[in-house]
Design a protein around this ligand. Structure first.
Ligand code: 1HN
Length: 369
């Protein structure tokens, strides 16, 4: 039962009370105490009051700036020559979304990016160029366009380019999430580069097939995938098999999840990776959820409608879909392949996953921008 007590006089009704309250708040602030009622409604919003907005970074814009960065700074000076894709609504942060960092990194022939390890987990999706490698805990992994390379939390890694051409890739890290947890550790390796200690590509050869060391029982694994490279050709091949043997998902068309083969979970506890095929002419239905995602166009052309705004995209473009943002995708002219990384596993493991489908208008958002 609601109590029928008399409502207290509002501050508007009693100017003297308003002044006393303001004075009280000032006194509290001096001693690091705050009145909840002043921020309650600002914090406890009825739906996510995110600041981040959906945004697309065209490769035709990013690439020339990255090439220019190659003229202005060496990989050695920069540590990592990367251009961060910053969400326009939170430019002082370093995220494309509230939890995910995305950047384009360039390494020129003959360069190396020194070895270190840190608490944020990282992934690379190669955009262009052959002959670069990432050495992950002594495993020298040569990278080609479309390959996904993982460097889990606190695992040593350095990069090099032994080819004849510049190599560019998309970096994905969970830095904004780690930063919000204040969980930041960085350690430099004693030398610039690791000496490869393991048979080349050992993580793929030992864990990336349907064969495991017998000591690894079912479901056993660390928190990150023991496989550190997922090859473009294998992923494309699996995607084609999926297309030929199943019906498209209404929201994702044909989507693969890069899995940790030891336990079936995502690549990292903080970031999952996906590869999806949108067939030529297909247009997915709109939905939204509490996971945020960064998409990268691996192949083809098309557009996505994000919170009612149409974003046209082509190969090499990257776009951010923040939390609780309506999204739908369409491919035009050719099939499109979208790589993405997402904080989906965070939301799942914390029991925070919420989804909503766009019911009106046949599942398509009205486009107003
Ligand atoms: C890092 O170590 C790399 O290893 C790329 O290539 C981007 C952003 C912040 C912190 C560490 C890399 C990074 C990073």
């Amino acid at each position: 039962m609601r109590s029928e007590s008399k409502p207290s006089p509002s501050a508007q009704e009693r100017p003297a009370l308003a002044a006393e309250r303001a004075k009280h708040s000032e006194e509290l602030a001096k001693v690091h105490i705050g009145p909840l009622w002043e921020i309650y409604r600002k914090v406890l919003t009825r739906k996510p009051a995110r600041r981040e907005v959906p945004h697309l970074w065209p490769w035709s814009l990013v690439r020339p700036h990255l090439v220019r960065a190659g003229e202005l700074i060496t990989a050695a000076e920069a540590e990592r020559r990367a251009l961060m894709l910053l969400n326009p609504a939170t430019p002082s942060g370093f995220g494309a979304t509230a939890t995910l960092y995305a950047a384009a990194q360039l390494i020129l022939p003959g360069e190396s990016a020194r070895a270190h390890r840190h608490s944020p987990a990282a992934l690379r999706f190669v955009i262009e160029g052959e002959g670069a490698f990432t050495c992950v805990d002594g495993d020298k992994i040569v990278m080609s366009p479309g390959d996904l390379i993982l460097t889990p939390s606190m695992v040593w890694h350095d990069h090099g380019n032994e080819g004849a051409n510049p190599v560019m890739w998309l970096d994905g890290l969970d830095i904004p999430l780690m930063d919000s947890l204040r969980y930041m550790f960085l350690q430099e390796f004693e030398t610039t580069s690791q000496q490869p200690q393991k048979p080349p590509r050992y993580s793929e050869r030992l864990y990336g097939r349907a064969l495991f060391p017998a000591g690894m029982g079912p479901g056993c694994s660390g928190v990150a995938s023991p496989v550190w490279a997922y090859r473009s050709q294998e992923a494309q091949d699996a995607l084609e098999c999926l297309r030929r043997t199943s019906e498209p998902d209404p929201f994702d068309a044909y989507m693969l999840r890069y899995a940790n083969p030891a336990n079936g979970r995502d690549t990292f506890p903080t970031m999952g990776c996906r590869l999806q095929l949108i067939p030529n002419g297909a247009h997915t239905s709109a939905h939204r959820h509490t996971a945020s995602t960064v998409y990268h166009v691996a192949e083809g052309n098309g557009f996505s409608v994000l919170d009612g705004v149409r974003f046209d995209w082509r190969k090499g473009d990257t776009f951010a879909v923040p939390i609780w943002c309506w999204h739908e995708h369409a491919a035009g002219g050719t099939d499109a392949v979208l790589f993405s990384f997402t904080d989906f596993p965070v939301m799942m493991q914390l029991g925070l996953m919420r989804k909503e489908t766009f019911a009106d208008n046949g599942g398509f958002q009205p486009v107003n921008g």
